[in-house]
Design a protein around this ligand. Structure first.
Ligand SMILES: NC(=O)c1ccc[n+]([C@@H]2O[C@H](COP(=O)([O-])OP(=O)(O)OC[C@H]3O[C@@H](n4cnc5c(N)ncnc54)[C@H](O)[C@@H]3O)[C@@H](O)[C@H]2O)c1
Length: 264
């Protein structure tokens, strides 16, 4: 692979943006209008992370048959302050109904569009051990707009085993199966030593977004997005912040550096 550059973080370019009418002019159920104005606006990565939280919370609220909520109320249930929520949502357009609150149906549609989950997005999981099984069987994926489209493992003993509605296939089938999907996200749940090899297979099959659970740094071209999930690192950060509570100066001054988003 030419000029490999490892990437784990960047701001996200909002390239297919439409801007909705100004606050007070949007009625519940009114379709969003497209303008040129917001094309190319950059959404900070921390905001994107919080948008996912807002989407989940809005789904819960809509399940309770509420379709309008005040800005303070939405901020409270999302666990952020209302200034931050308003700033985040300003990247999407305006959804406020003056004196009433947010139109949740339109707001949900807009967030889902920005996150690319208006239709189910395919996910393929490689490595169906303990973690892979848990991920593949996680009902929350479907609820949040993702479809487990294919499962792959190198272990012959696992082939054909069903996890939910999907059978585990041989890793040798990955290229053909994944190549037939539309913009799938690849999830790596193999041992660390196999992670780079698996990433290379996913890239060769056309995958451009990878969620890596293996404790390994992946080398990928600069146009590939890699997100890493590391439970142990998160625990280490909490451990670090725990020191802060006991008055440790280093932890106090570095808090912003480890928790820039602060949404969760
Ligand atoms: N990010 C986190 O928070 C977190 C938490 C737990 C585990 N992990 C990591 O997730 C990975 C999986 O953990 P686990 O407990 O499920 O391990 P596991 O040993 O139970 O499962 C690993 C699976 O990967 C398969 N595999 C190995 N090489 C492969 C290859 N080249 N192609 C396809 N499949 C391959 C194995 O056959 C096995 O089924 C490990 O790297 C572990 O360190 C991360």
């Amino acid at each position: 692979m030419n000029s490999p550059i490892h990437r784990t973080s960047r701001s996200l370019l909002l390239s297919t943006v439409e801007r909705v009418p100004a606050a007070g002019t949007l009625r519940p159920g009114q379709p969003l209008r497209q303008t040129q104005e917001a094309r190319g606006r950059t959404i900070p990565e921390a905001t994107v992370g919080r948008l996912a939280t807002y989407l989940r919370v809005i789904d819960d609220i809509l399940d309770d048959s509420e379709d309008v909520i005040s800005s303070d109320g939405l901020a409270r249930v999302c666990g952020v302050n209302s200034a931050k929520l308003r700033k985040d949502l300003s990247f999407l357009g305006s959804f406020g109904i003056r004196g009433v609150g947010y139109d949740l149906v339109n707001l949900r549609a807009r967030i889902a569009e920005v996150l690319g989950v208006t239709e189910h997005r395919d996910v393929v999981i490689v490595g169906l051990g303990n973690l892979g099984h848990a991920l593949a069987g996680y009902a929350g994926l479907a609820a949040r707009g993702f479809r487990v489209a294919a499962l792959f493992d190198i272990d012959d003993d696992r082939l054909g085993e069903r996890v939910g509605a999907v059978s585990i296939r041989s890793i040798s089938e990955l290229r053909g199966v994944v190549g037939s999907l539309t913009a799938p996200i690849g999830v790596i749940a193999t041992p660390a030593l196999a992670a780079q090899e698996v990433a290379d297979l996913l890239l060769a099959a056309g995958v451009t977004s990878i969620l890596n659970f293996a404790p390994a740094v992946l080398t990928v071209p600069c146009d590939i997005d890699v997100r890493k999930v590391d439970l142990a690192s998160e625990l280490q950060i909490l451990s670090f912040l725990e020191r802060r509570k006991s008055g440790n100066h280093d932890a106090t001054t570095a808090r912003e550096a480890v928790s820039p988003g602060g949404a969760n």
